[in-house]
Design a protein around this ligand. Structure first.
Ligand code: SAH
Length: 341
C-alpha cells in the first residue's frame, strides 16, 4: 500500500491524522482489503478502494517448494520484476527474504540477480508490500495462528544502495510482528550506505556482510565492488558497528568448489576476522545455470574445521527452496526456469 498516497488521500478528504495509522495497522495485521477494516467508515473504505490500490505490487507467479518455501514474483506498477521468499521452519519461525531493488547493478560473478537487467530502487511501500503479501498468506493458511517472525534483506539488490527506503521499511516491520532484533540487512560492503547505517541507526537491526574471499585479488574477481571499497575498510566499519551496537556481524561466505573453499582460504578468512565481532555463515552454492560448482559437503566441513580451530564461530546455512530457484543467489525474476536441486 502506497503509504504516502494513503496519507495524502485521507488528508485531502479532511480525515483526522489517526486514520492513516488505523488503516496501516489493519494492513499490517494481514487484512485482505479495505472491506475488512470494520472501524473505518464505509464511505471512507469505498473512497480508498477507488483511490489507493491495496498493494503497490501485483503477484505474477507463485511457487511452493517441497520444503514449504514460497517464492513470489511480483511486478511493480511500472512493470519491474521483484521476487521475495517465505521460509517456514518446523519450530514455527517464519522468515521472509525481501528485495530492495528490481535486479542489481552490482555484478558478483556467482549471483543470478547480478546477471539480470537492473531496474530501479524499490520504494518503502514496495518493500513493505512484499512482507504484507506473506503476512496475508499466513493469515489465510493458518487463520492468524502463526505470523512472520524474521526478515532478511537478502533478496534482489544491494540494500545500501537504497538505504533510506530500506531503513524506512525496516522501521515499520515491528507493526507486522517482526522486531528489529529479528531483522537483518545484508551488504556487499557498500561503504556510503554502511557508514550511514552505523552512524545513524539506533534500532538493534542486525548486519550481515557478504565476504566470500579474504584475499583481495580473489575477492575482486568474485565481487568487482571490492576494487571500489576494499575489504579492510569495510571490516573496520563492521567493527565500529559491533562496538556501538554490541552485537556481532554475520559474515556470509558462499562455498565455490576450487575457488574459495580450500583450508588455506579458510585460514585467510580466520586471519581477517576476530572471534568477538563476527559469526561466519557458510553458504552452500546454489546452482544458477553458470559453470560454477558448489563445494562438496566434505570441503565445507574441512573449511569449517579450520575456522573452529581458530575460534571463529561458524555455521553452515540450511538451503531452502532450491527446487523452485528460491535459494540464495537464485532470484532472477524469470518465472520459466525450474532449476532442480
Ligand atoms: N546484495 C546484498 C544482499 C543480497 S544477500 C549482499 O550481497 O549481501 C544474498 C546472499 O546470497 C549474498 O551473500 C550473496 O553473495 C549470496 N549468493 C549469491 N549467489 C549465490 C548462490 N548462487 N548460491 C548461494 N549464495 C549466493
Amino acid at each position: 500500500m502506497d503509504i504516502t498516497l494513503l496519507e495524502e488521500t485521507l488528508e485531502g478528504s479532511g480525515e483526522p491524522a489517526y486514520r492513516a495509522r488505523q488503516v496501516w495497522e489493519w494492513a499490517a495485521r494481514g487484512a485482505e482489503g479495505y472491506d475488512a477494516m470494520t472501524n473505518v467508515p464505509v464511505r471512507l473504505r469505498d473512497l480508498l478502494s477507488e483511490a489507493v490500490p491495496f498493494s503497490t505490487l501485483t503477484v505474477v507467479d507463485e511457487q511452493v517448494a517441497r520444503d514449504g518455501t514460497v517464492k513470489t514474483l511480483f511486478h511493480t506498477s511500472d512493470g519491474h520484476p521483484v521476487e521475495a521468499v517465505l521460509m517456514r521452519y518446523r519450530d514455527g519461525r517464519r522468515s521472509i527474504c525481501v528485495s530492495s531493488q528490481s535486479g542489481c547493478p552490482l555484478t558478483c560473478t556467482f549471483c543470478a540477480t547480478g546477471a539480470m537487467r537492473f531496474g530501479r530502487n524499490l520504494s518503502v511501500s514496495e518493500i513493505l508490500d512484499q512482507a504484507l503479501h506473506f503476512r496475508r498468506l499466513e493469515e489465510l493458511d493458518r487463520g492468524g495462528a502463526s505470523s512472520l517472525t524474521n526478515c532478511v534483506f537478502m533478496g534482489m539488490g544491494e540494500p545500501f544502495l537504497n538505504v533510506d527506503n530500506v531503513l524506512g521499511a525496516a522501521r515499520r516491520l515491528p507493526d507486522i510482528g517482526i522486531t528489529h532484533r529479528r531483522t537483518t540487512i545484508s551488504t556487499v560492503g557498500w561503504m556510503p550506505g554502511l557508514t550511514r547505517f552505523v552512524d545513524e541507526v539506533e534500532e538493534p537491526i542486525r548486519l550481515a556482510l557478504s565476504l566470500h574471499a579474504a584475499d583481495p585479488v580473489l575477492r575482486s574477481q568474485l565481487m568487482p565492488v571490492n576494487d571500489r571499497y576494499p575489504l579492510p575498510d569495510v571490516l573496520a566499519e563492521c567493527r565500529r558497528y559491533v562496538a556501538l551496537r554490541r552485537r556481532k556481524v554475520f559474515v556470509e561466505y558462499v562455498m565455490l568448489e576450487g575457488v574459495n573453499d580450500s583450508p588455506r582460504r579458510a585460514a585467510e578468512l580466520a586471519s581477517v576476522l576476530d572471534r568477538d565481532a563476527f559469526k561466519v555463515n557458510l553458504i552452500p552454492y546454489n546452482p544458477t545455470g553458470s559453470d560454477i560448482k558448489g563445494s562438496s559437503r566434505d570441503a565445507i566441513a574441512a573449511f569449517k574445521q579450520v575456522l573452529d580451530r581458530a575460534g571463529i564461530p561458524a555455521t553452515v546455512r540450511l538451503t531452502r527452496g532450491r527446487d523452485i530457484a528460491a535459494a540464495c543467489g537464485q532470484l532472477a525474476a524469470d518465472p520459466r526456469p525450474r532449476i532442480s536441486a
